[in-house]
Design a protein around this ligand. Structure first.
Ligand code: DMJ
Length: 631
């Protein structure tokens, strides 16, 4: 009887707190997964090279091609180029992935071909944002990789040809910025500049996600025009924020007026947030941090509901659309860079749940109606979930994320792999495929999956990835101020051996009930938001004895029956939390050792975390019941 009870307890504990070391992800398994992803990459790449190159993208079902650069972002498919034969878009997008996979021979072959054949002197109206992240970003990143001696390229064969091409493209972008507001046109004809009667409608991402590529181009060429144009646009956009520090989704770039006032963290806005923060990392400008700081706070305050992010009206902060979109899945990855692991993990789990429910991520799911969006049931091989999974694994080394990666790899192979490459899914309920393989499948999806299982490319290097997955090195020469200035002088590295033990993402979310470890000499770790209840039995006499909930970042209150929890209170009880900053620094100190072996980019972000937790300490906290966290 006693043995039976003991077994039951052990089983129960294992279910609740699975031991990460029990994961089946040993190094052999990791290698096997890496090889599986490598095979996926080459299946896609070789089919593109055979059936589509030098056109833009592969049509994997018909094994043909599409010259789609002019179609990207062009929902109404207007003003499509007539005599345009492609710019080898997928090859450009594959360059950095080839280096990461260690295929320098193919990389060199591609560089040589592009150097000799690529021209942007084509009569094609393209989307500035798409062309920037895919083509300019692809070229600039590949140029840097080609000049990095550690990539073992044949010395002397590379003579900056990609940079010359990138500069030519950058020059063709400039007329788009020649506007009274400094906000760029969304569309530009590569040969003729801005077309007559061009639309003045653009998006927040379109104006606010240019700084990484154009900034890098300026730093590499010494021509400041690209960076200043992108910066002017970004500043103007920021000046259009509401008093709540929210932005809309679409705007008129000529008048500087908002068109769509509702926004969230998904389509039309996503990379704006991403670039504010990544620009701070890349260029070290305090200004970017200040903007991101306010923007992130506003997102957490107005869009976040438990693990999900809905949309809200920038003027009132009132919720507008309750939708989960596939693009939002990048957000946990960004939160990892910021250092907000607990929040990242919470949202990431929801996306994983949705992935498993449908087999892939549907483009849009209506949270309020608990159903798929009637016309957006597709999955175009998007990378966002793989991207966040990669970042979370880097931060935590929790093998669970590799299991998620394995699920993604298996789904992609079972539902989207066809003889001629990988096909998009038209409808996740039927898994009917569509004749299109987007270039980001090679630039991002395969890359992040590969890096999840083999991050040797990142060892001893410090890169940020653009929104299209192209790596850019964080160089001190590019930084306006060196990162050291951000490190508070009172921070110390904790030397204690035990504390260097890596925590998993889940162990960072220590709730009072999880404090089992405490008796075994192990350190308690808290999440960014979590503050323990004063008493371990959750019993309380007043609100001050209840801590802060790790999932919602909301303060717990004491119920009538004397239990700590998230209880519904009247609106007037909304109050500003002003927890002593020192508490958060202490929390951070305990988390810090768990990052010790992370790659430099993640370490670079750690010092920024102190700033973020200060931000979070001023988030107004509304105590209420949270919605159930499952679809
Ligand atoms: C990519 O082109 C980029 O990641 C972009 O920022 C958003 N959408 C696609 C992938 O889904």
């Amino acid at each position: 009887m006693l043995v039976y009870r003991f077994r039951t307890w052990v089983l129960l504990l294992l279910v609740i707190f699975p031991d990460p070391s029990l994961s089946h992800f040993d190094s052999a398994k990791k290698k096997q997964m890496r090889e599986k992803v490598r095979k996926m990459f080459y299946h896609a790449y070789e089919n593109y090279m055979t059936h589509a190159f030098p056109h833009d993208e592969l049509k994997p079902l018909s094994r043909s091609f599409t010259d789609s650069l002019g179609e990207l972002g062009n929902l109404k498919l207007e003003h499509l180029p007539q005599n345009y034969n492609g710019t080898a878009l997928t090859l450009i997008e594959s360059l950095s992935s080839l280096v990461i996979l260690g295929n320098c021979t193919e990389f060199e072959r591609a560089v040589l071909w592009l150097s000799e054949n690529l021209t942007f002197d084509v009569d094609a109206r393209v989307n500035l944002f798409e062309c920037n992240i895919r083509v300019l970003g692809g070229l600039v990143s590949a140029h840097i990789l080609a000049t990095d001696s550690t990539n073992r390229l044949v010395q002397g064969s590379y003579k900056n040809q990609l940079l010359v091409l990138a500069e030519d493209l950058g020059r063709r972008f400039l007329p788009a910025f020649d506007t009274p507001t400094g906000l760029p046109y969304a569309w530009i004809n590569l040969k003729y500049g801005v077309m007559k009667n061009e639309t003045t409608e653009t998006s927040t991402s379109g104006c606010g996600s240019l700084i990484l590529e154009m900034g890098a181009l300026s730093r590499l060429t010494g021509d400041p025009r690209y960076e200043s144009a992108a910066l002017r646009a970004l500043r103007k956009l920021w000046s259009m924020r509401s008093s709540l520090n929210l932005l809309g989704t679409t705007l008129d770039m000529e008048t500087g007026e908002w068109i769509e006032h509702s926004s969230g963290i998904g389509a039309g806005v996503d990379s704006f947030y991403e670039y504010l923060f990544k620009a701070h990392i890349l260029f070290g400008k305090e200004d970017f941090w200040r903007m991101f700081h306010s923007a992130y706070l506003a997102v957490q305050k107005y869009f976040r509901h438990g693990p999900w992010y809905h949309e809200a009206d920038m003027r009132t902060g009132k919720a507008t659309y309750w939708q989960l979109t596939s693009l939002q899945a990048f957000w946990p990855g960004l939160q990892v860079l910021v250092g907000d692991i607990a929040a990242a993990n919470t949202s990431h789990r929801e996306f994983v749940y949705v992935w498993k429910k449908f087999g892939v991520l549907p483009e849009r799911y209506l949270l309020d109606h608990q159903m798929l969006h009637p016309t957006e049931k597709y999955y175009p091989l998007r990378p966002e979930l793989a991207e966040s999974t990669f970042y979370l694994y880097q931060a935590t080394k929790d093998p669970w994320y590799m299991e998620v990666g394995e699920t993604i790899v298996n789904s992609l192979n079972s539902y989207t792999k066809v003889e001629g490459g990988f096909a998009s899914i038209r409808d996740v309920t039927t898994m009917q495929t569509e004749d299109h393989m987007h270039s980001f499948f090679l630039a991002e999806t395969c890359k992040y999956l590969y890096l999840l299982f083999d991050d040797s490319f990142l060892v001893d290097r410090n890169y940020i990835f653009t929104t299209e997955g192209h790596p850019l090195p964080v160089l001190s020469a590019w930084q306006d101020r060196l990162p050291e200035i951000y490190i508070p002088s009172n921070w110390t590295y904790v030397k204690d051996e035990k504390q260097t033990k890596r925590s998993s993402a889940m162990s960072l979310q220590v709730c009072p009930a999880l404090s089992l470890n405490a008796g075994h000499g192990e350190q308690l770790a808290e999440s960014a938001c979590h503050v323990l209840d004063a008493r371990s039995d959750h019993k309380c006499f007043g609100d001050e004895e209840c801590g802060v909930d790790s999932t919602s970042c909301r303060r717990r209150s004491c119920s009538m029956a004397g239990y700590c929890g998230l209880w519904l209170v009247k609106q007037k009880e909304i109050h500003w939390s002003s927890r002593p900053v020192v508490k958060y620094f202490a929390t951070y100190e305990r988390m810090r050792p768990s990052w010790k072996h992370s790659t430099p980019i993640l370490q670079t972000q750690l010092f920024l975390y102190s700033k973020l937790i200060v931000v979070q300490s001023y988030i107004p906290t509304i105590i209420e019941n949270t919605k159930p966290s499952r679809l």
